[in-house]
Design a protein around this ligand. Structure first.
Ligand code: CU
Length: 175
């Protein structure tokens, strides 16, 4: 177990270093919507590291984080920032579902919701979501906060996902 953890941590380091030059080219989505009394901002960013020396995220609750080099090889970080009035919400029951639009299969996927903040930036940067694998296309996401009415978001993922240029592509690793 100890050896496995060390291996995973060093993989995360290597991958962060390899991905870093591509980050500037990766697209960032930011969409606002209301869920009852809550003001939400959905952000879809390049996948973020939760572990290792270059960790950007500090997980502090909720579901397990999807690691950048874990199953599914997530290439994005889909998260929601929540405010009530002007105050960032640091504790909430959040559900996030999403689906690709314009496909035959339109089933909603459930995003396991991790609570995190930006490492070193304090709880005011709290947000909810996870790393996730998204192929290019149009998406909608539905977010419910503490049993609110769902907020509906629409966003697009452009052609170039960061993992597509990764030397160890998902395909080559699976087969
Ligand atoms: Cu995050």
């Amino acid at each position: 177990m100890q050896r496995f953890l060390t291996y995973t941590a060093s993989l995360a380091l290597v991958s962060t270093a390899l991905l870093a030059p591509h980050r500037a080219r990766a697209q960032a989505v930011s969409v606002d919507a209301k869920a009852g009394d809550y003001s939400l901002t959905l952000k879809v960013l390049p996948a973020e590291a939760f572990t290792g020396a270059h960790a950007e995220m500090a997980r502090d609750g909720g579901a397990k984080a999807n690691m950048v080099d874990g199953p599914g090889h997530p290439n994005h970080h889909m998260v929601v920032f929540i405010k009530k009035g002007d105050k960032p919400v640091e504790k909430a029951m959040v559900s996030i579902t999403y689906r690709k639009v314009g496909q035959k299969s339109m089933d909603w996927s459930i995003l396991p919701v991790t609570r995190m903040h930006v490492k070193g930036k304090g709880l005011a940067t709290t947000h909810f979501g996870n790393n996730v694998s998204l192929t290019p296309g149009s998406y909608e996401a539905r977010v419910i906060v503490n049993g609110s009415q769902p907020a509906l978001f629409h966003f697009k993922i452009a052609d170039q996902a960061p993992m597509a240029r990764h030397p160890r592509s998902p395909e080559s690793r699976v087969r």
